[in-house]
Design a protein around this ligand. Sequence first.
Ligand code: GLA
Length: 696
Amino acid sequence: MTSHGLRAAALLVGISALAAQAFAQEPTTPPDPPKFPAQSQPVFVGISDIMEYRALPQYQEPDWVTEKFVKAGKLPPLSERLPKEPLVFKSGNMPDGVGVYGDVMRHVIGGRPEGWNYIAGQSQGWGGIDIGMMECLTRLGPLFEVKADELKPMPNLAKSWEWSKDGHQLIMHLVEGAKWSDGVPFTSEDVMFYWDDAVVDPNVSPLNGATPDTFGGKDTKLEALDKYTIRWTFKDAFPEQFLYQMAYGTFCPGPAHMLKPKHPKYNKDMTYDQFKNAFPPEYMNWPVMGAWVPVEYRPDDIIVLRRNPYYWKVDDKGNQLPYLNEVHYKLSTWADRDVQAVAGTGDFSNLEQPENYVESLKKAADPNAPARLAFGARTIGYTLYPNLSANGWGSPDKRAEAIRQLNRNLDFRKAITYALDRQRLGEALVKGPFTAIYPGGLYAGSAYYDKASTVYYPYSVETAKAELEKAGLKDTDGNGIVNFPADTPGVGGQDVQIVLLINGDYQTDKSLAEGIIAMMERIGLRVVLDVQNSNTDQALLQGGKFDWAVWRNSEELATALKFTERLAPIGPQSTWTRRAGTDGTLDLLPFEEDMVKTVNAFTASRDSNERKELMKKYQKLYTENLWGIGLTQYPGALIVNKRFANIPLGTPIFLFNWAEDSIIRERVYVPKDKQKDYELFAETLPGKPGDKGPMK
Ligand code: GLA
């Protein structure tokens, strides 16, 4: 090269460095999401319009239950099986009124059951199977149709409660005389077993992650005062927020009469592992408080549940619920759930994988389509979580430890977020107005969202590269991938390689991961995938075994009210992506300390303006510091076969819970003239726990 050429090159380099600086993107606020109005609106009501607890003059059940079971002496009469005051659903709030018995809801799920011991961490395969089997102290799903000024958790197994004068104690009254599906009374013993021997016992991790942190930490106490009364004691006064966590999935007791004899505290011959696995999926007629009991399981084929003859809810004419005699869960894939629901070979889907939207919309638009499809608000969102722990959580090796040190560096997290072209990430899932740019934190549609408090680092490869350099990363060997600085313990000079943990059960998770890999490659970060099924993915995530993880968020970012403890690491195990190491301590970054204070203040406050301000502060802390790196947020559509009645208008697939809870399935029915012949075990009821199949 001539000296002239050299000078020109030097000049060019100088200019491009300058230009890069000049064009360095400053953080801003996120663009408004494209308009996407929900396709139908709920009819807003108060909780007392939906339900009450009351004894009715008489009760009815399907004729065949009375004829074949009660009259044959196999089952006590209905009045003896119901509680003193059953939960009564008011027909005025039922979209189509009082129902009739019969038919089946045929679900399709992508998960697989590990066993029935939910309270020790076993998944039943998701897709609403556990939601339908379990009942919890309070209930949230139907709150999507409750007026904003009357918003509070609905009573359920706890039929009422009152606070002490000073607000530190909460007394709850359980439904009196309710029974498990095998006829054993449900009492405070079930509640206390769940609390003492699952939530508080550090050797037990209930599915959905309940720990003492969920309810205020180690200062919180729960006691039974008698068979139907329990008393909470809290550190803060009036922490009404915890009533939200007493719903699905963090306060749904299991049957103590089944589980206690297998728990190591009561049975010295059992290990915790044996306790967890004591009731495999082959175990039939598992006792539940929910509307349906599992009676048949064929691996990779189907789980069938029959009506619970002891179900403790009725309509206001005294008809025992549920109306549907049977529910099916075909064991397939989540994508197949959409296909089958639209085709009419399945009955229900939460359309949540945008890759299927166009095809499903096209099919559902046909007036003769068997299913109804309605989009709701943008409540589905995905986030990339960098593992911020430097406390040995998940036992990282040298490479993983070095990645975590990078993750803890804000410049590095900025590099990641600037490198993400969120517009393209969203469009790769589906074109059109569905997906919106999501910087992280509370969703744009959440009641607590504040755009001005939301920090968004717009897409800019140049700025991302500059941030990487600030983080000390350079491509020292010229292979296109940046290298760890020479003095990094154990991996000095090596290529930076990041392992991204994802749930392989969903195409959407895989599509997003592919996009991330390509976008990181552009700034010299090599990302490789760790694809797992949903059960393993969750175990690895909660065990801290990841560098980065892409995760479909739970309710806290849509509502701020449900799973509030997951908003920040307020305790050693309150979140799923940031937990204490083996020494039990969290090594919080300064901004995380602020997030924790903010969330705790939110939980302790009853002043709605103060709570709004606190959530603004939270949003700023989260998005400015990139606690999680938001990817995309979009709406989902509820697909339900047209033969079903009592599906509430405007039910979102996800808000305070999944639609399987929100539509109140125990009230759903099929009018006589539309009923089909889908029952596999017609005119049978669940058998004794452990029996092979239903009772004829
Ligand atoms: C899975 C599905 C959701 C919903 C839930 C219910 O996560 O993807 O649509 O059905 O199960 O738990």
